[in-house]
Design a protein around this ligand. Structure first.
Ligand SMILES: C[S@@+](CC[C@H](N)C(=O)[O-])C[C@H]1O[C@@H](n2cnc3c(N)ncnc32)[C@H](O)[C@@H]1O
Length: 278
């Protein structure tokens, strides 16, 4: 693990948010006064949800939702762990007025930014803050393993989680998958990213993986023993047999975090899994 990453994990969740704001202050100031940053996207210091281009990642995932998840413009969509609108923003250009979007997250700055900058322009986009604990993102709150989503049974056509289960522990993911099953319509789709191991990739060229997960718990592995939600990897069989909660695991697309080299199969850094509720 890099030294910078180690330092980042050693501070509290709110200090992590502040550290980022301070580190990006000069570039955010410059981009604001020169008009280089579109007002429709958050300043870099506020983007706590992943590296790389915010806009490109959103557009790429919208293309995956269409290609693998069969999302339609009139769908009712749930974004679990909606962050600071990285996926919601491109969806504002895709969902029509018959479609609608719900997002929830546990970090207040992200939810507030989305309410101010997205819901005011797109009234069919709603964001909610949930007070839940996660040792990477939120020091206090209720336990995610007991949390019930604030939505009705069979309400959604499409539910997605991008880079969220990679920061949640097994009992939490199991509860969320049960809630996804409950809130998905029959025939609905759940699109989620994971770090997956235990799948045969002997036909692929594998070089050096970006992450190794040194803490082996059998059916899951951790990157860091102290900040357990920092990054979590799951065994494929456990996902298919236990986490799927009666849904069909329809698609598995390996990501390049493993060091996989085959061009056709590479889509993004994390692995993609699509489940279908029959
Ligand atoms: C890497 S970010 C990804 C955010 C967003 N999905 C995206 O792709 O831009 C992980 C997100 O998961 C959220 N999160 C962590 N634990 C959660 C939980 N139990 N319920 C909902 N969101 C959670 C974090 O607050 C954070 O916004």
């Amino acid at each position: 693990m890099s030294t910078l990453r180690k330092i980042y994990y050693s501070i509290s969740p709110s200090q992590r948010l502040w550290a980022r704001r301070i580190a990006f202050l000069p570039v955010d100031f410059w981009e604001t006064i020169t008009g280089k940053r579109s007002k429709d996207i958050p300043p870099r210091g506020m983007i706590y949800t992943g590296a790389g281009s915010f806009v490109k990642a959103g557009n790429l995932y919208l293309s995956f939702f269409r290609k693998y998840g069969d999302i339609k413009p009139n769908h009712r969509v749930l974004d679990v762990g909606s962050g600071i609108g990285r996926m919601a923003l491109p969806l504002t250009q895709y969902l029509n007025t018959e479609g609608s979007y719900e997002g929830f997250d546990i970090v207040e700055t992200g939810i507030n930014w989305c309410k101010r900058n997205i819901s005011t322009k797109y009234p069919n986009f709603h964001f909610r803050l949930m007070h839940l604990k996660n040792d990477l993102y939120s020091s206090d709150g209720q336990l995610a393993k007991l949390f019930q989503f604030p939505y009705d049974n069979e309400e959604f056509d499409f539910i997605f989680l991008t880079s969220v289960f990679t920061h949640m522990l097994p009992d939490e993911v199991e509860n969320y998958m049960s809630e996804i099953y409950r809130t998905l319509k029959k025939g609905g789709t759940c699109f989620a990213t994971f770090f997956v191991y235990g799948i045969n990739m002997s036909d692929k060229i594998i070089t050096k993986p970006f992450f190794t997960f040194p803490v082996d718990k059998g059916y899951y592995k951790l990157l860091d023993p102290k900040v357990q939600s920092a990054n979590v990897a799951y065994d494929y069989n456990y996902i298919e047999k236990t986490l799927s909660k009666g849904m069909k695991l329809k698609i598995f697309i390996p990501g390049h975090w493993t060091g996989i080299e085959s061009k056709e199969t590479i889509n993004d850094f994390q692995d993609i899994i699509v489940f279908e509720k029959n």
